[in-house]
Structures are given as structure tokens and as C-alpha cells.
Design a protein around this ligand. Structure first.
Ligand SMILES: [Zn+2]
Length: 139
């Protein structure tokens, strides 16, 4: 997956601002065979509790974006969320709750409030884990 530098910055800023809660949002880019993310849309973390260890995308936002992007040549390519003081790999909870196997998952790890690493993953289906996806930041 290719990630624009501006989008990477927006995700880092959001992850820092939400700390110590998990930040989450949607990844947008051109529809097509190549994954190029050039826009991040911030979602509220709609997890009812434990937001330092859980996230839940605002599904109303998701559906509205999906509708608004129809016919524009752009689409939702994936989701992102942060791991405050956690590793940049899917947690057991992520694996158990993985959805959207047509979406990539981007994870931003933070240590003491600063983003240390961003990684990308392809969900293999609920409970079946994730495969790593090569991530390239572009100007
Ligand atoms: Zn997670």
C-alpha cells in the first residue's frame, strides 16, 4: 500500500491527539487495483468503554462516506486505528473482531504519546488473523 505523506501526518496527529485512547478512522483513495491512500477521515471512537484498548468505527460515518464516494472514482480502501503503548501489530481483539476483508487495516503504534511505527495489514476473515502488507510512504 502507498500512503501519502500528508495522510501519514494526519494519522500521526490524530493518534497523538487521541492518546491515551485509541484513535480510528477511514482510509480513502482512488478505486482501482493499486492501493494508494491519499486521504484519512477521522472517526469518533465509538467503543462504549475501554477506549484505551478498543476502537469502534462510527458506522454512520462509514455508510455516509461510502454513499458520498459513489460515482467519484474514489472509495474507502481501509481503516486505521492506533495502539497506545502497544505493538504495531493486530491485537488478539483485532483478530477476533476483524471485519471488512476487502479493506486494509493500518495500525499506528505509540509509545508515551508519540507515534513510533505505522504498519499495514490485510484481514483474512473474522478470527483468521491478518497478513502483513508492505507499506510505502510517498511524497
Ligand atoms: Zn488494535
Amino acid at each position: 500500500m502507498r500512503l501519502s505523506a500528508a495522510t501519514a501526518t494526519a494519522i500521526r496527529d490524530h493518534a497523538r491527539a487521541a492518546y491515551p485512547d485509541e484513535a480510528c478512522g477511514l482510509l480513502i483513495g482512488p478505486a482501482g487495483p493499486r492501493l494508494v491512500v491519499d486521504q484519512a477521515v477521522v472517526s469518533a471512537n465509538c467503543a462504549g468503554r475501554d477506549r484505551t484498548r478498543r476502537f469502534e468505527i462510527d458506522m454512520a460515518l462509514y455508510l455516509r462516506l461510502q454513499r458520498d464516494l459513489r460515482g467519484t472514482g474514489r472509495r474507502i480502501l481501509g481503516i486505521y486505528h492506533s495502539h497506545p503503548d502497544g505493538p504495531a501489530s493486530p491485537s488478539a481483539r483485532d483478530v477476533a473482531g476483524a471485519w471488512g476483508d476487502h479493506h486494509v487495516w493500518l495500525i499506528a503504534a505509540l509509545a508515551a504519546g508519540a507515534v513510533t511505527e505505522i504498519t499495514c495489514w490485510q484481514p483474512l476473515g473474522r478470527g483468521r488473523g491478518f497478513a502483513p502488507v508492505a507499506l510505502e510512504e510517498m511524497p
